[in-house]
Design a protein around this ligand. Structure first.
Ligand code: NAD
Length: 495
């Protein structure tokens, strides 16, 4: 089975073209000549071959970025940086049909989700930070020392930024890093995941078309252990902005410490979603389904721990399983598809392993639990729901697949303690008809984002990031800017 019937001619033509590295505004062959196939996880067909960057390519890209900072890009005015970012946003919108198909094919996500999430979030990011380019200001600070001095601060670019992104929202997360970094005047080397490099490469073409000067952006598809590690350890890289697993984040934190690189990390999660007794149950269950099964559950902020009042357990489980059984799984480009395949064989085995161990540990499998060959020969897993206790692996570890754990509670203080009892702290949800109760509870949860009567809303203007082992720093909004600038204090003696 192939997805050819859905492919636009422009998508097909692009897939047939060579996939190289973008260094110094030129598409170049990798020094090692290594390549990797890119697979459609719905059909297991090879979509194309992509060249892989080696550490020698990283050296070249870092040199190009440094020359950009010392040359034309470094001299580009804030207003011109803003215009370039805005132009890029327009180009993304113009090319959205192809970008949507590439993202959907590569990740396995339903193409319909790319209409509401991936593409709008991407171009909005570039527009939002286009506006910031001219507003990155320091302060004038009165001095109390004897004499007279003019004291002010400048927010200068950090320098060469390595942006390392995962496979679940490849284009949107690339935008979360590129847009603020470029608005602040940094040069960026983007390393997409080796599993999903396509939209980053397409974005590279749009970056050239937008007119960014040579070296402002480099794009290096490559293996994490090779290109990713080389960027993290490179003495010419000033900052690493990483989104991915907590395991790799920890490793990056240690390695980047060698030359005290600036590091921001957006990592994993095991987010609690809480239905309070007074909630509109139908809305809450709809929200719980989206929170868990959006993007096949391959979302850092998946609402994978659903807390329900003990008295409502039977009703909630019954309604959840009816809705889960109704989810249409299939080829990602089919507009009827509501849930696609997992991204890879590795991820498939990982998720099925969690399910098997959950059953063995005594959790109650309410629905799903198996690979779904009915949806195709790709990496499809049924939407799966367990009723379990907090101590099981299912309730504690990030599964990163469509596996929901339902937990019950009777007492609110106990609920808060249990919701917060996690090494993670990325997101949380609260469903209630009393907004005051919702707000009070939101303030007690240790999470970077809390949604009351909703789940998953993200916007370029609202900060995003995690407490605890879910990360360090914030992306999005004005908060992101502080991570892409160094503050310089300037003293001018006026006597
Ligand atoms: P991953 O950590 O395996 O890989 C992420 C990126 O890091 C990839 O580009 C990979 O090639 C690279 N990488 C791997 N090893 C490296 C190394 N040693 N040095 C440098 N780079 C290396 O994660 P993944 O499997 O691609 O993505 C899933 C994870 O990402 C999940 O844990 C998820 O929660 C997390 N995530 C977090 C957010 C967030 O905003 N907090 C968003 C999306 C995904």
């Amino acid at each position: 089975m192939s997805q050819n019937e859905f492919l636009l001619p422009a998508t097909k033509a692009w897939l047939e073209r060579p996939k190289k590295l973008l260094i110094g505004n030129r598409w170049v062959d990798s020094v090692s000549g290594a390549t990797l196939p890119v697979t459609d996880p719905a059909t297991l067909e090879t979509l194309c071959m992509v060249q892989l960057a080696s550490s020698a390519d990283v050296d070249l890209a870092v040199s190009a970025a440094r020359r950009a900072l010392d040359g034309v890009w470094g001299e580009t005015t804030p207003a011109e940086r803003g215009r370039l970012l805005w132009r890029l946003a327009d180009l993304i919108d113009e090319h959205a049909d192809v970008l949507r198909q590439l993202e959907s094919l590569d990740v396995g996500k339903p193409v319909m989700e790319t209409y509401v999430f991936d593409l709008p979030l991407t171009s909005d990011h570039f527009r939002y930070f286009a506006g910031w380019a001219t507003k990155i200001t320091g302060q004038s600070i009165p001095s109390s020392l004897p004499g007279e001095a003019l004291c002010y601060t400048r927010h200068e670019p950090v320098g060469v930024v390595a942006a390392i992104v995962p496979w679940n929202f490849p284009l949107a997360i690339a935008a979360w890093k590129l847009a603020p970094a470029l608005a602040c005047g940094n040069a960026v080397i983007l390393k997409p995941s080796e599993i999903t490099p396509l939209t980053a490469l397409y974005l590279g073409e749009l970056i050239l078309e937008a007119g960014f000067p040579s070296g402002a952006v480099g794009i290096l598809p490559g293996l994490g252990a090779v290109a990713g590690a080389a960027l993290v350890e490179h003495a010419g890289v000033d900052k690493v902005s990483f989104t991915g697993s907590t395991r790799v984040g920890r490793e990056i934190m240690q390695k980047a410490g060698g030359n005290f690189k600036r590091v921001t990390l957006e990592l994993g999660g095991k987010s609690p979603n809480i239905i309070l007794p007074d909630a509109d149950i139908s809305d809450a269950i709809g929200g719980a389904m989206t929170a868990m099964f959006f993007n096949q559950g391959e979302a850092c902020v998946a609402g994978s721990r659903l807390y329900v009042p003990k008295a409502l357990k039977a009703d909630v489980l019954s309604e959840l399983s009816t809705r889960a059984a109704g989810i249409v799984q299939g080829a990602s480009l089919d507009p009827a598809t509501q849930m696609g395949p997992l991204v890879s064989q590795v991820q498939l085995e990982r998720v099925l392993g969690f399910i098997e161990r959950g059953v063995s540990a005594g959790a109650q499998l309410v629905t799903g639990g198996s690979r779904n060959f009915g949806a195709g020969n790709g990496y499809f897993v049924q939407p799966t729901i367990f009723a379990a206790s907090d101590d099981l692996e299912l309730s504690r570890e990030e599964i990163f697949g469509p596996v929901l754990t339902v937990l019950t509670y009777e007492d609110i203080d106990d609920l808060v303690a249990r919701a917060n009892d996690s090494v993670y702290g990325l997101g949380a949800g609260i469903w209630t008809s009393d907004v005051k109760t919702g707000i009070r509870l939101a303030h007690r949860l240790k999470a970077g984002t809390v949604w009351v009567n909703g789940w998953g809303m993200l916007e370029a203007s609202m900060p995003w990031g995690g407490y605890k082992q879910s990360g360090i720093g914030r992306e999005m909004g004005s908060y992101a800017l502080q991570h892409y600038t160094e503050v310089k204090s300037v003293w001018v003696n006026l006597l």
